[in-house]
Design a protein around this ligand. Structure first.
Ligand code: NAP
Length: 335
């Protein structure tokens, strides 16, 4: 496993991180059996995948609780990243969505807001610390941006939490370039986390050039395109009720076939390195300029053991050129 710094914090985190959204169940068709989820987290830590990303929102605390149980006897081996700013305990800030316990739905009884007000962040940090069974968070990230709280107020609170030793580094997620610059100008931003993969290349235009120039960490999320880039989601795969992939055009049978065709063209590169298509997709992600880490969700030890391989391969310039030519000439209707 390779390691890279989380911005200026000096914290060394594995280039491939364990994403723990799916194990929390919400939007992923139900919670993962706790023993299996803990087994996956232990497989990650024991193999050197020290970065673990979670959030209060992942299963309304369920993911954080499972992570807390899994790391209680190995806290010092983990770079623990969680988030704040998506709340369901009160209505404040910007509206995010209505949801039920399984999935967002306009008839859902739970209203989620985006709020990054100082007292809300403090409340959330205390709740996260309890669920995670720890007294510090390595990286606290604002989960979604709240236009009703000035970024300077949010940053001031985060800096105070750092002084108090409750957090060690500060990050944001789902932010535009202006918001990232604003965080950086009013404090010290160590990382930004955005949707980024072979299928989602939006950050290449503005965000990656900026974060790389500022020596910030950039954490790519959904680096496997929510599983599609493993090449293992065939036309026959049926997702559980409440799994977000049931509703996404990206997972239509037609699109699965388009993506699979592109992936098949990567095979010579995968074979040259002796890796799977999923490992190659992860390796491509962390080889892009400025993209320091890839967060990869997993629900079992087997998946983790495969994904770790994405953090050990080194793709040379020719491999990347071959892959980029394939990506750029892939079916233009690919989602
Ligand atoms: N900041 C944010 O707003 C935000 C948003 C999204 C994600 N994230 C973070 O980024 C992490 C990763 O993103 P993600 O979970 O959305 O998507 P992802 O990592 O692209 O895909 C994860 C899914 O792919 C499948 N998978 C993983 N490894 C596999 C393997 N080796 N073989 C076969 N299938 C495999 C699993 O689903 P199945 O087994 O069910 O197919 C798994 O749940 C999240 O867990 C979360 O920590 C953050």
């Amino acid at each position: 496993m390779k390691y890279r710094k989380l911005g200026k914090s000096g914290i060394e985190a594995s280039v491939v991180g364990f994403g723990s959204w799916a194990i929390g169940g919400w939007m992923w068709g139900g919670i993962t059996d706790e023993r299996q989820a803990i087994g996956a987290i232990h497989a990650a830590i024991d193999s050197g995948m020290n970065l673990i990303d979670t959030a209060p929102m992942y299963g309304f605390g369920a993911s954080e609780k499972t992570v807390g149980k899994a790391i209680s006897d190995r806290r010092d081996k983990v770079v623990l990243a969680t988030k704040c700013g998506l709340i369901w305990h009160e209505e404040r800030g910007d509206f995010h969505c209505f949801t039920d316990e399984k999935h967002p739905s306009k008839d859902g009884k739970i209203k989620i807001s985006r709020c990054l007000a100082p007292d809300v962040i403090r409340y959330e940090v205390e709740e996260s610390l309890k669920r995670l069974k720890t007294d510090y968070i390595d990286l606290l990230q604002t989960h979604w941006q709240d236009t009703t709280t000035p970024i300077s107020e949010t940053m001031e609170t985060l800096l105070r939490l750092k002084e108090e030793g409750k957090i060690r580094a500060i990050g944001c997620c789902n932010a535009d370039l202006n918001q990232i610059r604003h965080y950086d100008a009013t404090g010290e931003l160590d990382s930004d986390q955005e949707l980024y993969s072979i299928l989602d290349r939006g950050p290449e235009k503005e965000i990656l050039p900026y974060t790389s120039q500022q020596n910030m960490a950039f954490l790519a999320y959904s680096s496997l395109g929510q599983g599609l880039l493993t090449g293992k989601i065939g036309p026959e795969r049926v997702f559980n009720d409440g799994d977000q992939r049931n509703l996404k055009p990206r997972f239509s049978v037609k699109n699965r076939q388009r993506v699979q065709k592109m992936l098949e063209s990567f095979r010579p590169v995968a074979e040259k390195h002796g890796v799977s298509l999923g490992q190659l997709a992860i390796g491509w992600t962390v080889s892009q300029k400025g993209c320091t880490h890839a967060l990869v969700g997993a629900r079992s030890a087997n998946q983790v053991q495969e994904n770790i391989g994405g953090g050990t391969i080194t793709l040379d310039r020719e491999d990347l050129q071959t892959m980029n030519t394939i990506i750029n000439s892939a079916d233009e209707d690919i989602l």
